[in-house]
Ligand binder design. Structure first.
Ligand SMILES: [Ca+2]
Ligand SMILES: [Ca+2]
Length: 558
């Protein structure tokens, strides 16, 4: 199987290039899903029924989740890789439902489902064919409704991927649009009568010939996923109706894919265009018409701009990820970068260490070469900071890249429930598992002191029990040697977080505290940490011992 060139791997749906056969997806300029006979000149084209087109009004806006649920940690879940309930080797919604108790026990308060809508790719799901149908590999709409009910019963919110920039070329709207230049749905996509020149996106010409020889369509990623024309208000209306379709069911929010690529203004103006923020603000207004919903955007080239209230409101902190990992390695400049980040970045950034895309790096275990001490520091670094942290499924037990796999497939393997694949499926899994599944898996780690799983569970318990950690302000950050310190404030609750990235035990002098206060230990990563309260002297300083490569949380009292 050929590997996609790196420049094509920047975003999720690019797996299309090589994950699935070119004939299925029409990657590379083909016409998959379209009939080959051209219509007569001036033919209005075909009019395939479009099941996900049509008005959906706001209906049920209620949320039963607790306030601030979106400031707990999310688990990003690739449903195909999570749990197979019927032995076909592919994870599915019923399998996920059977693991909700596991997620609740771990302490996550939200789950992000990578695409579960009907998709042409039968893998990652970013080639949507019907925005209002569940991918049949994963189950039925009844299964999805049951997932919402069961997640909410456990205090867990559910958000799902929404692919707003493009559809599959098998989507009925594209079939109609491609069939004739006169088709009423032609302008749902981006067309030119003649092939434009001068374009190159991720190293490729994004203009492809219509299979009916009636012009050229724009596809910024690959031929099989044509871009919607987001300058056409009908397209926004189409998406808004589809968003309400899911929100009316009780869906708790969305993760919007590739929002840097929405509107194109020319061959040198195709990324992060000003109009993109307007598109996302209007999507945000649709979402926020419902109670307690959450949305987050993927925009690796301009993360913080899309987190603005006048845009998405929240976006992934791709600009922090590497600093978090390198701080865990003890890198001094990265420790400084981590300390500075939330002094200026919006508190609505969504933090992460790794995800399903190779542009975000390998699985964390692979990035750190299995160094558990560094892994625990990276986890503490983002789970105690502001923002909304997103754990990538299996990260909590140190899943490595997949055995014998490269590219995005190495990141999207069946989860390591057990040492062998039987914990995932009674059948043959759709793909190899992690290289370290025999030693690093849920069964081997859950309930075991000092395991990665116990570390994540303890950190999430701290986040869930202290509102200052979950959603408090970021106050008085400092770096002393290889120690990072900062306070978090929420109302009258004040906490102090200290992380020693160094390989030696040390004692850090924390200043600027209230004279006579005390530091009450709430959590420490190391069994060597003292359990006694630490007094603040009359000058407002406290000396706090820290074991090597350790993290601690103190509540500031008095
Ligand atoms: Ca299955
Ligand atoms: Ca676009």
């Amino acid at each position: 199987m050929p590997q996609a060139p790196m420049q094509y791997c920047r975003l999720s749906r690019l797996l299309c290039l090589s994950a699935v056969s070119a004939s299925l997806l029409a990657c590379g300029g083909g016409s998959g899903g379209l009939t080959s006979a051209p219509p007569p000149a001036n033919d209005p084209g075909t009019n395939v029924a479009v099941p996900d087109l049509g008005t959906v009004a706001v209906a049920n806006t209620v949320s039963t989740l607790p306030a601030g649920w979106m400031n707990g940690a999310f688990m990003e879940i690739y449903v195909r890789g999570y749990k197979d309930s019927n032995g076909d080797g592919k994870g599915d919604l019923q399998g996920l439902i059977s693991k909700l108790d596991y997620l609740k026990d771990l302490g996550v308060t939200g789950i992000w489902l990578m695409p579960v809508t009907d998709s042409a790719d039968k893998d990652h799901g970013y080639n949507v064919k019907n925005y209002r149908a569940i991918e049949t590999d994963y189950g039925s709409m009844a299964d999805f409704d049951q997932l919402l009910v069961q997640a909410h019963a456990r205090g867990i919110g559910v958000i799902m991927d929404y692919v707003i920039n493009h559809s599959s070329n098998e989507h009925p709207l594209f079939k109609n649009a491609a069939s004739s230049a006169a088709n009423a749905q032609r302008d749902f996509y981006v067309w030119q009568a003649s092939k434009p020149s001068g374009w190159s996106i991720y190293g490729k010409d994004p203009w492809y010939a219509s299979p009916y020889a009636n012009g050229y369509y724009f596809a910024g990623f690959v031929a099989g996923v044509p871009d919607f024309n987001l300058k056409n208000t009908q397209v926004e209306t189409f998406h808004h109706d589809n968003l309400r379709f899911w929100l009316n069911k009780g869906l708790d929010g969305l993760r919007f894919d590739a929002v840097g690529n929405l509107v194109e203004n020319g061959p040198s103006a195709w990324e992060s265009q000003p109009e993109n923020h307007g598109v996302m603000l209007r999507a945000q207004q649709v979402v926020q018409a419902y109670s307690q919903r959450y949305m987050v955007c993927e925009a690796p080239a301009a993360s913080q701009a899309f987190a603005a209230p006048t845009s998405c409101g929240s976006a992934f902190a791709f600009d922090l990820k590497d600093a978090l990992v390198n701080a865990a390695r003890g890198n001094a400049a990265s420790i400084q970068a981590v300390s500075r980040y939330f002094s200026t970045a919006p508190p609505t950034m969504a933090t992460l260490l790794a995800n399903h895309d190779t542009f975000a790096g390998d699985r964390l275990w692979t990035q750190l070469g299995g160094n558990v001490a560094q892994y625990k520091l990276a986890a503490a670094s983002y789970l105690l900071m502001p923002g909304t942290p997103f754990i990538y499924y299996g990260e909590e037990v140190g899943m490595a890249n997949g055995q014998g796999l490269t590219g995005d497939w190495a990141l999207r393997t069946p989860i390591s429930w057990t040492a062998n694949p039987s914990g995932f499926s009674t059948g043959t899994p759709y793909r190899n598992g992690a290289t370290n599944a025999t030693t690093e898996n849920v069964q081997a780690q859950a309930g075991v002191p000092d395991s990665l799983h116990s570390h994540y569970k303890a950190l999430l318990a701290v986040r869930n029990s202290l509102p200052s950690i979950a959603r408090g302000s970021y106050v008085a950050p400092f770096v002393s040697g290889q120690v990072l310190g900062y306070q978090r404030h929420w109302g009258s609750e004040k906490t102090l977080v200290l992380i020693n990235y160094g390989s030696s035990a040390t004692s850090v002098n924390v200043t600027g505290l209230a004279a006579g206060a005390s530091l009450v230990p709430r959590w420490a990563s190391s069994a060597n940490a003292s359990g006694a309260s630490i007094p603040v002297d009359s000058g407002g300083s406290a000396s706090v011992p820290l074991p090597a490569q350790s993290a601690a949380v103190y509540q500031i009292q008095g």
